[in-house]
Design a binder for this molecule. Structure first.
Ligand SMILES: *Cc1c(COP(=O)(O)O)cnc(C)c1O
Length: 420
């Protein structure tokens, strides 16, 4: 028996995490299923930025750098984020975008692997990986005469590992399907073949428990504006396993990565540890917004933390799958995310036989915000911090209605916006 709306209301009443939703500004009448693309603003973010503008920047001007310790924000926010990804303080840097961070760590990973064994000239990834990651990997590999090798769609990237592999580059949760890689198993497989591993945690951080230390990863990058709710264009992060001892120099050597930036020395001398991965001036206002985003996830600590959030995320996505499954027989809508919640990130992706884009647009018109990923995926993120069981029920009911009435066929829903 599929659950009723009343049963979903009861689950919300019994949900110990339900109060976490109050942390966010969410417009009334909206069911927001796109927090995997851009998390909503925590209520505390706007006042905090306002305060930094008036009481720090507006009062102390340039003195703010010393008086309010803006310089150390990249390290301090890294320390705040560290427990969410299973690493220690001083190991992680908040800076730049995910793409730029990937450029830095992948360059260092490739240099390190080749320094140990010059035969290792191949970066292995999968063709389903997020295109920006593939573009960066291609540019890093080709700059040093190395190659990028991609497993075919649906193939196993681990099967491509051999004595020529320098680095395995994987995104833990597939942005299209939500398929989740087993970090421990893939890392162990790469290490057994003598390769290093770079993980992209863009769709993982803030939604799933991650333990980079336990799983013995080498490098990681991730995104601040998805499940970490840091705001549009929030800085990303990078982590280097301290066992790697920073043997190589990162490629974007700016003054903020210098051991003593204010000596204005002609020669570059890297700061030790993760600080040496900095390039330029940190975006202070964006950092403050990200701090409040990270804190919105840490607020779950008292209620079971990421393990509890993960449990709820699986329950929400299981419920959505159960509610939309009948639509395969009636309207040809297929669930393309793994049906086993343990193999799925915090999203459910559907295909529609004619026009998934128009279906998503018709839903947005009804206040159910998901997104579309080319060529044919309607994608729905279920952030456990603020999504309720009734949200899931109502979203599935709207989807059923949009399909039954063929509302999606209206011509305005075929017009593609720049951001889909
Ligand atoms: C969202 C996402 C990015 C974003 O990169 P930016 O540099 O912040 O634009 C990178 N990689 C993956 C896998 C993503 O999902």
């Amino acid at each position: 028996m599929t659950p009723t709306r009343a049963e979903c209301e009861r689950r919300d009443r019994d949900d110990p995490l339900a109060s976490l939703r109050d942390q966010f500004v969410l417009p009334p009448g909206i069911i927001y299923l796109d927090g995997n693309s851009l998390g909503p603003p925590p209520r505390s973010t706007a006042p905090a930025i306002q305060q930094v503008i008036t009481e720090q920047w507006g009062t102390d001007l340039i003195g703010g750098w010393n008086r309010h310790d803006w310089l150390t924000l990249p390290i301090r926010l890294g320390d705040l984020l560290a427990p969410l990804i299973g690493v220690g303080p001083g190991e992680i840097l908040v800076a730049d975008s995910t793409s730029v961070n990937l450029y830095k760590v992948l360059t260092v990973a490739l240099q390190s692997a080749r320094a140990r064994d010059p035969q290792r000239t191949v970066v292995v990834s999968e063709s389903e990986n997020f295109p920006s990651d593939l573009y960066i990997a291609e540019s890093v590999a080709s700059a040093c005469g190395c190659t990028l090798q991609l497993s075919a769609t649906g193939g196993d990237p681990l099967a491509a590992l051999d004595e020529h592999t320098a680095v395995l580059l994987l995104t833990q949760v597939d942005y299209r399907t939500g398929r989740l890689h087993d970090m421990a198993a893939a890392t162990a497989a790469a290490h057994a073949r003598g390769a290093l591993v770079v993980w992209d945690l863009a769709h993982t951080a803030g939604a799933l428990p991650i333990d980079l230390t336990r799983d013995d990863a080498d490098f990681a990058v991730g995104c601040g504006y998805k499940f970490l709710n840091g705001g549009p264009g929030a800085p990303g992060f990078l982590w280097v396993n301290p066992r790697r001892a920073h043997p190589a120099m990162q490629p974007v050597r700016g003054w903020f990565g210098h051991a003593a930036p204010f000596e204005f020395a002609v020669e570059y001398r890297p700061a030790s540890g993760i600080a040496g991965y900095q390039s330029g001036t940190p975006p202070v206002l964006s950092m403050v917004a990200l701090e409040h985003g990270i804190r919105s996830v840490l607020a779950a600590d008292a209620l079971g933390g990421l393990a509890a959030l993960r449990g709820k995320s699986i329950a929400l996505t299981d419920l959505f799958i159960e509610l939309v499954s009948p639509l395969e027989a009636t309207h040809g809508v297929r669930v393309v995310s793994p049906l086993d919640g343990r193999q799925r990130g915090s999203q459910v992706s559907l295909t529609h036989p004619e026009d998934a884009y128009a279906v998503v647009q018709a839903l947005i018109d009804r206040g159910v915000i998901g997104d579309f990923r080319a060529p044919d995926i309607a994608r729905f993120g279920f952030a456990p911090l603020y999504t309720s069981y009734v949200d899931v029920y109502d979203a599935a009911a709207h989807l059923t209605e949009v399909l039954r009435t063929e509302a999606w066929r209206a011509s305005q829903y075929a017009v593609r916006a720049a951001v889909t």
